[in-house]
Design a protein around this ligand. Structure first.
Ligand code: SDX
Length: 431
C-alpha cells in the first residue's frame, strides 16, 4: 500500500474524520475507510460496489474510459496477438512472462494433469442428459474437493500449487465431458501431443469411430477466446471466488462458487443470452423493433452482449475477437446461418444509434465470443462453460494473491437496515 500522507476529511454532524488516501500505479486514488465505523459509527453504502476497491491487486488493470486491459502490465491486444493461453496463465499466476524453459516446464505440468480421476465419470451419470453444462460444471468442480485430498490444504504452498495446475488442466476435460454427456457421445480422453486449445476441440468434436484433425484456424481462435477471457480485475465471479476464499474454503469449492456466479445472464451467461436474443430476433428486418425495446425504459429487454460496468469505450477484448469472428466466419461461412447475419447487422445498427453512443453501450466480449462459438459448432449451452474454463486461471490467480496478502481478513460486509425494530413475540391466538 503506497501511503501518500494525503488524507480526505469527512465531516459528520460537525465532527471531522481524516481518512488516508493511497495512490495506485494506475487508476483512481483510494480512500481508506477501514477505521471509519470504529471512529464515526457509520457505514459507507455501495450495494453494486461501483465505487469500492475491495482489494489491493497487481494482476489486472482496466481503464474503462480508454478501453485498456493490462495483465501484469501487458496490453491484452499484444498478448492476444503474440502470446497464447498457457503463457498468459503463467503470467497471471507468477507475475512475469516465462523463459522458454519455464514455459516448457509449465506446459508439461499442465498437460500431465489433464486427465480426471476415472471415478469422476460416475458423477456425470447422475445428471439428466438435458442438464445445463454449467450445472454439471458447478457440481463436478465442487466435487473435486472429494477426490483430490492432497491439494486441499490452503496453508501448504505446495498443495495450493498442485490445485492451481489441476484446475487449469482439468477444466477443458470436464467442460468437454459435460458437452459429450449432453450429446450422448462417449467421453474423449485428452492427448498429450496436442496443445491446450486443440486438445479441447478434439475432446469436444471427435468421435471414436474416426480420426479427428483440428483446423489450425479454429485452434487459434479457440486459444484466443481462452486468452481474452482469462482475467478481468474484480468482476462479479472473481469477487465471489475471493469472498469464498476469504473464509478458508478449499480452491475447488471457491472455483465452483465462481462458476455459479458467472452463469448469470448479466455476467458470463451473456454470450448464451446474446445468441438466444439473435435467435429471437430471427431476421434482419426485425432488428429495429428490438433496438426500440432496448431503448424503452418500460421494457426490461436489454441488448445482450452490449454494455459494460467498466468499459465506457470499446471493450478491447471485443476489438480483438471481432477480428477472430471475421476469420472464423470466413472459414465456416454465415450464408446458411441467419443468427450470424442478424449479428452483423445488429452490430452495425446499434453502433450507429445515438442512444447506444450516448450511453457508451458498445458490443462487449460476450457479443463476439458467442458469434465465434456458434460458427465453430458449439451449442449456446456450451458458451458459458467455455468462459468458465478460460476464467479459471483468473479466479485462482486472484485467489492465490488474496491468500498471500498479509492483510487477509474474512469478507463480511455490513448493511443499511430498514427492517422492523425490536418487537415482542405474539402468540398465534392473539394475531
Ligand atoms: C461480462 O465485470 C466484468 O468485467 C464482466 C466481464 C468479465 O470479463 O468478467 O467483462 C464479462 O459480464 C460482460 C457483460 C456481459 N453482460 C451483458 O452483455 C448483459 C447486457 N449488459 C447489461 O446488462 C449491462 O450493460 C451490464 C450489466 C453489463 C452493466 O450494467 P451497469 O454497469 O450496471 O450499467 P447500468 O445497468 O446501470 O446501465 C447504464 C444505462 C442504463 O440506462 P439508464 O438507467 O441510465 O437510463 O445503460 C442502459 C441501462 O438501462 N443499458 C442498456 C444495456 N446495458 C445498459 N440498455 C440496453 N441494452 C443494454 N445491454
Amino acid at each position: 500500500m503506497t501511503d501518500t500522507k494525503r488524507t480526505a476529511t469527512l465531516t459528520i454532524d460537525g465532527k471531522s474524520y481524516d481518512l488516508p488516501i493511497y495512490s495506485p500505479t494506475a487508476g483512481p486514488d483510494v480512500v481508506d475507510i477501514r477505521k471509519l465505523y470504529a471512529q464515526a459509527d457509520v457505514f459507507t453504502y455501495d450495494p453494486g460496489f461501483t465505487s469500492t476497491a475491495a482489494c489491493d491487486s497487481t494482476i489486472t488493470y482496466i481503464d474503462g474510459a480508454k478501453g485498456e486491459l493490462l495483465h501484469r502490465g501487458y496490453p491484452i491486444d499484444q498478448l492476444a496477438e503474440k502470446s497464447h493461453y498457457l503463457e498468459v496463465c503463467f503470467l497471471l499466476l507468477y507475475g512475469e512472462l516465462p523463459t522458454a524453459d519455464e514455459l516448457l516446464d509449465f506446459e508439461n505440468r499442465v498437460t500431465r494433469h489433464t486427465m480426471v480421476h476415472e471415478q469422476m465419470m460416475n458423477f456425470f451419470k447422475g445428471f439428466r442428459r438435458d442438464a445445463h453444462p454449467m450445472a454439471i460444471m458447478t457440481g463436478v468442480i465442487g466435487a473435486m474437493s472429494a477426490f483430490y485430498h492432497d491439494s486441499l490444504d490452503i496453508n501448504d504452498p505446495q498443495q495450493r500449487e498442485v490445485a492451481q495446475i489441476r484446475m487449469i488442466a482439468k477444466m477443458p476435460t470436464i467442460a468437454a465431458m459435460a458437452f459429450q454427456y449432453a450429446s450422448g457421445r462417449p467421453f474423449v480422453y485428452p492427448r498429450n501431443d496436442l496443445d491446450y486449445a486443440s486438445n479441447f476441440l478434439r475432446m469436444c468434436f471427435s468421435v471414436p469411430a474416426e480420426d479427428y484433425e483440428v483446423d489450425p484456424i479454429l485452434a487459434r481462435a479457440m486459444d484466443r477466446i481462452f486468452t481474452l477471457h482469462a482475467d478481468h480485475e474484480q468482476n462479479a465471479s472473481t469477487s465471489t471466488v475471493r469472498l469464498a476464499g476469504s473464509s478458508g474454503a478449499n480452491p475447488f469449492a471457491c472455483v465452483a462458487a465462481g462458476i455459479a456466479c458467472l452463469w448469470g445472464p448479466a455476467h458470463g451467461g451473456a454470450n448464451q443470452a446474446c445468441l438466444e436474443m439473435l435467435e429471437e430476433i430471427g431476421t434482419v428486418d426485425r432488428i429495429p423493433e428490438f433496438i426500440a425495446r432496448a431503448k424503452d425504459k418500460n421494457d426490461p429487454f436489454r441488448l445482450m452482449g452490449f454494455g459494460h460496468r467498466v468499459y465506457k469505450n470499446f471493450d478491447p477484448r471485443a476489438t480483438v475477437l471481432k477480428e477472430s469472428a471475421d476469420e472464423v466466419l470466413d472459414l465456416m461461412g454465415i450464408e446458411n446461418n441467419p443468427k450470424l447475419q442478424v449479428a452483423k447487422e445488429l452490430e452495425k445498427q446499434a453502433l450507429g444509434d445515438p442512444y447506444f453512443k450516448e450511453k457508451k453501450l458498445f458490443p462487449n466480449v460476450d457479443f463476439y465470443s458467442g458469434i465465434i462459438l456458434e460458427a465453430m459448432g458449439f451449442p449456446t449451452s456450451m458458451f458459458t462453460p467455455i468462459f468458465a474454463l478460460s476464467r479459471t486461471v483468473g479466479w485462482i490467480s486472484q485467489w492465490k494473491e488474496m491468500l498471500d496478502d498479509p492483510q487477509l481478513k474474512i469478507g463480511r460486509p455490513r448493511q443499511l437496515y430498514h427492517g422492523e425494530t425490536m418487537r415482542d413475540y405474539v402468540d398465534v391466538e392473539k394475531r
